[in-house]
Design a protein around this ligand. Structure first.
Ligand code: ATP
Ligand code: MG
Length: 590
């Protein structure tokens, strides 16, 4: 790729980042030193994420500081200090205890991004139950399937969602589900038979709660993967992951105690829980939550008015912002933004540079998965960015590019630039401990002491990692591998292209032919001329062997609800094959 390193020496960074010397941090690294930043429960009673995130600050001079600022859809603002969060989460822990919820029981939440969601997460963690967030736009079937797999005992939801998702009808099929707590967000006061009123229970519960002994290996979070490649897996995470949430919050996102941090991901996905709930509080910052969905103007206004200093978002959102043009952001004062980061999908170089030119700061790509429980590879504040690269492994994380061998082992690929599977040496604290009820599928992800990610990548001579594609999406054509990401990045350089998805299509002559699907920015219409122009650009930049041969315009590309392009679905539809699990397809009421 022709993008040069975006030089951004530490002199351009307005403060000293937590991690300012990468080589030295790699040399000196120890997980024990990271764990020393956690406090532990009083009297040696173990480690509990909610204590580390909230209670320890509530008891400190930070207790009166802003912990959560909630922006309601229609302009309401609600603020909570660390002490208030402790109180509300204590109350909810007592609600659960009064209902007979015990350690290890699963507490599900399906609400929008409303304050009660945050009390629920913390209260469940405090009592030693397992918090499982469900995305509020799931239809009845994905809800049922996830409650069944996790044997959910409690479901917290809103009156509106309860009706719309027909939860009453699901109940008969869910014998483990004992309690449904309803948040009456419209204050209708109408009771729903067989459910209890969340707010009334909260109000009646005591604000005092002592967290029971919690073992670091106790199950804390159950996260379903995005389902981009197939049926979602229920990844089990434990309280020990707090060390990673804290460390990555500091070292990668550079969240400092005076920061206002905004993670745009919904807590229904792992990013929205790890970085939208836990990490900012573990770092003692103010966490901003916006109830509303994407809206370019609202987002820029929020960045400005709330003086957001650290911002974590996703490529889909960044591409949408780019689609709305450069004039809009120039109307806002974004000078408080210090660090911009992205996750979830490959971030095309164009977007990184756009951040620098238009928002005043470059986007830093970060790579991780539901399974890893925290960021593993990143463009760290102290490193120069190579646009299009995922960055370098965090100090303490040992990454490798490997090839699987015939008998279940792996072979490292040491040659710079050569493609292989991205693997991580086991030993960091937040690796998921199993896939719920699918331990065998989990164990298949390991070989020779490494966790195998299922993503293909390469490492360059400077130690930067470059995403090639998911193992299932990579195109094998005429004896070489074609990275859908590389082709998509070039298509996105065309000024008319808003989004691109690339697949391999069987062809009698070429064996596999590269086919591109693109959606256009406002003001552009599909035409033969435009098709030729885009394909021409791709041929010129990529060469005829790699450039797409076919291009199809689509109004929207199929995406998961977490915003990832579903290439497997583009391919299945193109080839007339079964579409597979669509429970997380955006716009699918399932
Ligand atoms: P499933 O495993 O169910 O198919 P999923 O892999 O999309 O779903 P997540 O755990 O949410 O579920 O996503 C992790 C994946 O997202 C990674 O394995 C990778 O393919 C992709 N990803 C995340 N961050 C990046 C990044 N910075 N660059 C490229 N790809 C990324
Ligand atoms: Mg995955």
């Amino acid at each position: 790729m022709n993008w040069q390193t975006l030089q951004k020496s530490l002199r351009d960074y307005p403060i000293t980042p937590y991690l300012s010397d990468y080589p030295q941090s790699c040399r000196d690294f120890s997980w024990n030193a990271i764990r020393d930043h956690l406090q532990g429960l009083p009297d040696g009673n173990g480690l509990n994420i909610a204590h580390e995130a909230v209670d320890r600050h509530a008891d400190s001079p930070r207790g009166g500081y802003l912990a959560l600022r909630w922006l309601g859809r229609s302009g309401q603002v609600r603020d909570y200090t660390y002490r208030q969060l402790r109180e509300f989460s204590n109350r909810f822990a007592n609600v659960l205890r009064n209902l007979g919820v015990a350690k290890g029981d699963r507490v599900y939440a399906m609400t929008g991004r409303i304050p009660e969601l945050y009390f629920t997460a913390l209260g469940a963690l405090k009592i030693g139950a397992v918090f499982c967030p469900l995305f509020s736009a799931f239809g009845p079937e994905p809800i049922r399937a996830r409650l069944e797999i996790g044997e959910g005992k409690v479901l917290v939801t809103t009156a509106r969602l309860f009706q719309r998702r027909k939860i009453a009808e699901l109940r008969a099929a869910l014998p483990a589900l004992q309690h449904i707590l309803i948040i009456d967000e419209d204050d209708t006061g109408a009771a729903i038979p067989g459910t209890q009123d969340f707010r009334a229970l909260l109000e009646a519960a005591s604000p005092e709660f002592v967290i029971p002994p919690t073992h670091p290996e106790d199950m804390a979070l159950l996260h379903f993967t995005s389902g981009t490649t197939g049926r979602p897996k229920g990844a089990v995470h434990v309280h020990a992951a707090a060390a990673m949430h804290y460390y990555t919050g500091r070292a990668v996102l550079d969240i400092q105690a005076h920061d206002t941090f905004w993670c745009t991901a919904d807590p229904g996905w792992v990013t929205g829980t790890t970085y939208g709930i836990l990490a900012p509080w573990l770092c003692g910052a103010a966490n901003l939550v916006d109830e509303d969905e994407f809206n370019a103007e609202r987002w820029y206004r929020t960045l400005q008015d709330q003086q957001v200093s650290v911002w974590y978002t996703a490529p889909t959102a960044i591409r949408l912002l780019m689609k709305y043009g450069d004039e809009l952001p120039r109307q806002f004062d974004l000078s408080r933004l210090r660090f911009l980061a992205s996750v979830g999908e490959p971030l095309n170089p164009e977007a990184v540079v756009w951040g620098q030119n238009v928002l005043g700061r470059p986007f830093h790509d970060t790579w991780w998965q539901t399974e890893t429980g925290g960021i593993m590879i990143a463009n760290l504040p102290a490193l120069d960015i190579k646009p299009g690269s995922m960055g370098r492994p965090l100090p303490g994380v040992e990454a490798a590019i490997v090839r699987r061998t015939r008998f279940g082992g792996i072979e490292p690929i040491t040659q710079a630039g050569e493609e292989g599977e991205l693997a991580l040496r086991v030993g960091w604290p937040s690796l998921c401990r199993t896939y719920l009820n699918e331990d065998r599928r989990y164990r298949e992800c390991f070989a020779d002491g490494y966790y195998l990610s299922g993503d293909l990548a390469r490492r360059d001579e400077d130690g930067y990692y470059w995403f090639v594609g998911r193992a299932d999406d990579v195109i094998k054509s005429a004896g070489h591998l074609i990275s859908p990401f590389e082709v998509e990045s070039v298509l996105l350089e065309h000024p008319a292209v808003a989004e691109a998805g690339v697949i391999g299509k069987p062809d009698p002559v070429a064996m596999t032919l590269v086919k591109a699907f693109v959606s256009l920015k406002p003001g552009h219409e599909p035409s033969e001329e435009l098709r030729r122009a885009i394909l021409g650009l791709a041929r010129q930049r990529l060469g005829p062997a790699v450039a797409p041969r076919e291009l199809e315009f689509q109004a929207n590309l199929p995406k998961t609800r977490s915003g990832k392009i579903m290439r497997r679905l583009l391919k299945a539809r193109e080839l007339g094959l079964p579409e597979g699990d669509l429970s997380t397809l955006e716009g699918n009421e399932g």
